[in-house]
Write a protein that binds this ligand. Structure first.
Ligand code: FEO
Length: 400
């Protein structure tokens, strides 16, 4: 049966949530599920704004049928073509062949890559700042390339001041009845997953996110309707400020993340000792992750939050331990910047991974890799205690 929620006046949420999917994009664990948001505008013309993943297509079409109440569907606005939002476009056009698709040139090309249409769909191609009236509502279209794909645009309802923000301002996590962020105690229930979503999905594209933020700054925004997670109608500046920070790769907190790769526990021992020395010196905000236990998306997210990173790895096959190498590749792919990094390396006969970690991270902008490095063979000995202390001191120098 249909299950839609009124969002504002004549605007409805018509998407759904998947709590069965293990890996979003076949990469990211989503223990709290994921929502695929779509919206219906009940104006003089009827408008669907983005579609949904096929996992929630049943309720999506039931919602449209109910809200249309036997009227035709006039418009489909496509802000983003990734199949988590676009998979049901083909079926939508089959059901409503007279619908006019509102999209940009790049989307129009992608439509034909993903779908085989028996008859050419009606397409109204829009460009930056074009407007379109649906009756009492007029939309403006703003291009947002690479937030998160090249064809992405956002749509702004000039009358109700609603921004349909595509992937921007999304979060991992199903919608559990409460559709608005202000109903959630967002900071404690959802911020970590919002950060993990941002850092892993669009974290690489900070410059493009900043470009979108600067365009959005000229708009009066009363509501943000993203394609994943809750709708924002209060305290919008809080979330925009987070996006400003994340997109500039500015740490949110003076904090230490220790990521370690340990085969027999000796590198873990070094990481533990450094954590304890930091704690003894008064550092309160320390998180530790075994890279073979914690999915890298969680560590990437924590690195976006924290100012300082300790990377402790054993040498493996004359290189960096495989799961640590994966994390470091991911960090560089996500364009991490403006961090202080301390390196600990282990190796029973040739500890070489520290140098390789240093080289890999050197491609990142404004990364301060401490000269002071801990190198040991097999296991730590008591005579290294002073060196560990100095390492902790060096980390703390600009920790604040
Ligand atoms: Fe949620 Fe880039 O798709």
């Amino acid at each position: 049966m249909f299950c839609y929620t009124k969002v504002k006046n004549d605007l409805y949420f018509i998407g759904g949530s998947d709590r069965r999917l293990a890996l979003f994009e076949n990469v990211y664990p989503i223990p709290n599920g994921i929502s695929y948001n779509s919206y219906f505008l009940d104006d003089e013309k009827t408008v669907v704004i983005d579609t949904v993943d096929k996992s929630v297509s049943k309720v999506f079409f039931e919602n449209i049928t109910k809200l249309l109440n036997k009227r035709p569907l006039d418009y489909l606005v496509i802000n983003h073509m990734e199949p988590d939002h676009a998979a049901t476009i083909g079926e939508l056009i089959n059901r409503y062949p007279d619908v006019t698709i509102v999209c940009n040139q790049k989307t129009s090309a992608m439509l034909k890559q993903y779908f085989d249409f028996e008859t050419e769909p009606k397409i109204n191609c829009v460009k930056e700042n074009d407007t379109l009236s649906f009756g009492t509502h007029t939309f403006t279209f703003i291009m947002a390339p690479m937030v998160h794909w090249p064809e992405v645009m956002v749509s702004y309802d000039c009358n109700d001041k609603v921004l349909f923000s595509a992937d921007a301002f999304g979060t991992f996590g199903a919608i559990n009845g409460n559709i608005f962020a202000d109903e959630l105690n967002f900071d404690s229930t959802s911020l970590a997953e919002a950060r993990r979503y941002y850092s892993n999905i669009v974290g690489k594209y900070g410059v493009q996110v900043q470009s979108l933020l600067s365009k959005a700054a000229s708009l009066e925004i009363d509501m943000i309707c993203p394609l994943h997670g809750p709708v924002w109608r209060e305290n919008i500046d809080y979330y925009i400020e987070k996006y400003k920070k994340w997109s500039c790769y500015e740490p949110e907190e003076n904090a230490v993340v220790i990521a370690y790769a340990s085969v027999y526990g000796n590198t873990e021992n070094a990481a533990d000792i450094v954590a304890c020395r930091l704690a003894l010196k008064g550092v309160h905000n320390i998180k530790m992750f075994d890279v073979s236990v914690t999915h890298p998306s969680y560590i990437i997210s924590e690195v976006f939050r924290a100012s300082h990173i300790v990377i402790a790895s054993t040498t493996y096959n004359n290189g960096i331990f495989v799961n640590m190498e994966n994390l470091i590749n991911d960090l560089t792919a996500h364009n991490i910047q403006n961090r202080t990094v301390g390196i600990i390396e282990n190796g029973s006969w040739a500890p070489v991974c520290g140098k390789q970690i240093r080289e890999k991270l050197s491609v990142c902008k404004n990364i301060n890799i401490l000269e002071k490095q801990i190198t040991f063979k097999s296991s730590l000995k008591e005579e290294m205690s002073t060196s560990l202390d100095e390492f902790a001191d060096a980390l703390m120098e600009n920790l604040g």
